[in-house]
Design a protein around this ligand. Structure first.
Ligand code: FES
Ligand code: FES
Length: 140
């Protein structure tokens, strides 16, 4: 395939058979949504996590409108964070993804999208939990 001249085999594997593609209900209080864009190329990545009451990621979905490396990075990220606690998931660096997928330097920002997306999803989840907690507090 033409793509094999540009992309490494692990990228192609995730690109052709993306893991965990789809959406989770955005308004579910146990779901955090991260939506981020890369200014350099305009590619957009949405990553959603479902978190249990122990702070563990029990489900994860993504939708990426972007290049093969961005799709592969998000697919890889969903597999990487499933079952992790939020603290661990928030510490995953794009360099780990780039290394795993053998991304060349010009594609580093694609893996950065995945790091930004998981961080943004965690932040959204925490914001929801806080507003739910303060709503509960003011109601009592
Ligand atoms: Fe083949 Fe890295 S994907 S060596
Ligand atoms: Fe921009 Fe890949 S080229 S996300």
């Amino acid at each position: 395939a033409v793509t094999s001249r540009f992309y490494h085999e692990k990228v192609i594997d995730h690109y052709e058979r993306p893991r965990n593609m789809g959406s989770l209900p955005k308004n579910d209080p146990t779901v955090g949504t991260g939506l981020v864009g890369a200014p350099a190329c305009g590619d957009v990545m949405k990553l959603q996590i479902k978190v249990d009451d122990q702070g563990k990621i029990v489900d994860v979905k993504f939708k990426t409108f972007g290049c093969g490396s961005a799709i592969a990075s998000s697919s890889f990220m969903t597999e990487r964070v499933r079952g992790l606690h939020l603290e661990e998931a928030g510490q995953i660096k794009n360099t780990e993804i780039a290394k795993e997928l053998c991304l060349p330097p010009v594609k580093l920002h694609c893996s950065m999208l995945a790091e930004d997306a998981i961080k943004s999803a965690i932040k959204d989840y925490r914001r929801k939990q806080q507003s739910a907690a303060s709503a509960g507090a003011s109601a009592s």
